[in-house]
Design a protein around this ligand. Structure first.
Ligand SMILES: Nc1nc2c(ncn2[C@@H]2O[C@H](COP(=O)(O)OP(=O)(O)OP(=O)(O)O)[C@@H](O)[C@H]2O)c(=O)[nH]1
Ligand SMILES: [Mg+2]
Length: 328
């Protein structure tokens, strides 16, 4: 996990772009942070006595950022107990305690994507509803993997739309990684089969397989995904090594039903939550952490190549709460 000082030092180690790691994460989460700051007012600004009003405002603010009813009550119970035991002197201490509670919820699910496998390549199947950010996430993950000197191949498994193939090819060019594609309307499982076979022959490290967006309630489309999975397993019975569900962070609590249905159909190994820059409801991460228990590997905080951040509990919470003396 990247600690506060690490995140800051990466920021100062100029990467040639305006911002840097910490700044862009903070910027990306600014809508949610503003929502929280408005709700809790003075709590974020300094020392004040903790009274009933402060606690009520905090509870409302958590609910408004989509932390979810159950998760919010648990957080409030723990904080209230600390207040009663006189462990928190003022609102500044409450703010610190809140950060600790939030970090503790996320820590178990904030796990890096592991692409090490006994037999190359590591095959990653990417699934999700329409427009969740699958193709963009694949482009960003490819960039992240390349930075770690991994060889990557993309599989254009979304054969539903012609534009989908071109979109993935554009990401392939941007990252200078090969893309295996067929024509629009081709069998998705056959494209993915070809891609895995090509990656095996070339001893590549990772295959990222795109798929067409589908609503979790459409059982025939969900069955198609299961077929893609079966076909991969013919080439390597450990494949797919990862099945990632990409969730649009702006949909709020509906994310939970997507997790349930996709997991039922294809067995998920992890999550990526995108578009957190476009929403004041990034609190959904806490509900996901508590209720699904699946690892969250990355969050998307923008459309650019490096707007995908490995999900780190403390850095996320600090950016959300504007801690580290960083202005809100
Ligand atoms: N602001 C923002 N936009 C994003 C993010 N991730 C993806 N997008 C945008 O969301 C839109 C949909 O992204 P895609 O990657 O095409 O989504 P998809 O899941 O592949 O969509 P389908 O293949 O049609 O199901 C695009 O305009 C992306 O640029 C993000 O983290 N932040
Ligand atoms: Mg797509």
């Amino acid at each position: 996990m990247v600690g506060q000082s690490d995140a800051k030092s990466e920021d100062s180690a100029a990467d040639g772009r305006k911002g840097g790691f910490w700044q862009r994460l903070k910027q990306g989460l600014s809508k949610t942070r503003t929502q929280l700051a408005e709700g809790v007012g003075n709590l974020l600004l300094g020392q004040k006595e903790i009274d009933r009003q402060v606690m009520e405002d905090l509870e409302t603010a958590l609910l408004q950022t989509d932390v979810g009813v159950d998760t919010t009550s648990r957080i409030m119970e723990r904080l209230t107990a600390k207040v009663k035991r006189k462990q928190l002197a003022d609102t500044e201490a409450l703010h610190a305690a809140l950060a600790d509670e939030l970090t503790a919820i996320l820590a178990p699910v904030a796990r890096p994507l592991d692409v090490s496998v006994a037999r190359k390549p590591c095959v990653i199947l990417v699934v999700g509803v329409n427009g969740a950010g699958k193709t963009t996430t694949i482009g960003k993950v490819a960039h992240w993997l390349k930075q770690q000197d991994k060889s990557v191949l993309l599989a254009a498994g979304d054969t539903f739309r012609a534009a989908a193939i071109e979109q993935l090819q554009a990401w392939g060019e941007r990252n200078q990684v090969p893309v295996v594609a067929q024509h629009q309307g081709a069998d998705s499982a056959s494209v993915v089969f070809d891609a895995v076979q090509a990656a095996q022959a070339r001893q590549m490290d990772v295959v990222l397989a795109d798929t067409a967006g589908r609503l979790q309630a459409k059982t025939n489309l969900m069955a198609e995904l299961a077929k893609v999975k079966r076909v991969m397993a013919r080439l390597d019975d450990a494949a797919p090594h990862q099945v990632l569900l990409v969730l649009d962070g702006t949909v709020g609590q509906n994310a939970l039903s997507q997790v349930r249905e996709f997991d039922k159909a294809v067995g998920l190994t992890g999550l990526v939550v995108t578009k957190l820059d476009g929403t004041a409801k990034a609190g959904v991460l806490f509900t996901l952490a508590e209720q699904s228990g699946l690892p969250v590997h990355f969050i998307g905080v923008g459309e650019q190549m490096d707007d995908l951040r490995p999900f780190e509990a403390r850095a996320f919470v600090d950016a959300l709460l504007g801690r580290n003396g960083v202005e809100t």
